[in-house]
Design a protein around this ligand. Structure first.
Ligand SMILES: [Zn+2]
Length: 150
């Protein structure tokens, strides 16, 4: 495990915290993050195995302490900056129509795609609480300095 994975987990935890605040839930009132899903581009420079290990180590004591982590790999995709045509992954990275170099449109990012919260119900005798799946309103990119636009 490296500082790289550690810094990503730190940023992930921060992003989850921000997503929870946006839902109006409050962990001080018993709301608990149960599950998070992130999308990792295959050019993000992240080893998913290392990141999973880092998460298991560093989630304790954070808002994610009781949250399972799901990672969805995202394949890189290139497109023509002029006509927006999608360039096939294993072809020459140049638009066959416009003859300009293709640009990467996805695959180098880490995105927080979903956060699931358990929110306590109004009946305090109900210790299990009310399960509530709350998706982030729109996916948030996780700001990690290590690879630029993560
Ligand atoms: Zn083109």
């Amino acid at each position: 495990m490296t500082m790289h994975e550690y810094s990503i987990i730190q940023a992930l935890v921060d992003s989850v915290g921000a997503a929870v605040v946006k839902t109006g839930a409050d962990c001080a009132d018993g709301a608990e993050v149960r599950h998070i899903r992130i999308e990792i581009g295959d050019l993000a420079g992240v080893d998913i195995g290392l990141l999973t290990t880092a998460y298991e180590v560093f989630r304790f004591g954070t808002i994610c302490a009781h949250a399972t982590l799901e990672i969805t790999p995202v394949r890189a995709q290139w497109a023509c900056p002029r006509c927006d045509g999608i360039i096939a992954r294993d072809s020459v990275l140049q638009c066959p129509v416009c003859r300009v170099p293709a640009t990467l449109t996805r695959g180098d990012e880490i995105v927080l795609a979903r956060v699931e919260l358990a929110v306590p119900g109004p009946d305090e005798a109900d210790t299990t609480g009310r399960a509530a799946a709350v998706s982030a309103e729109k996916p948030d990119s996780i700001p990690v300095t290590a690879s630029g636009r993560i």
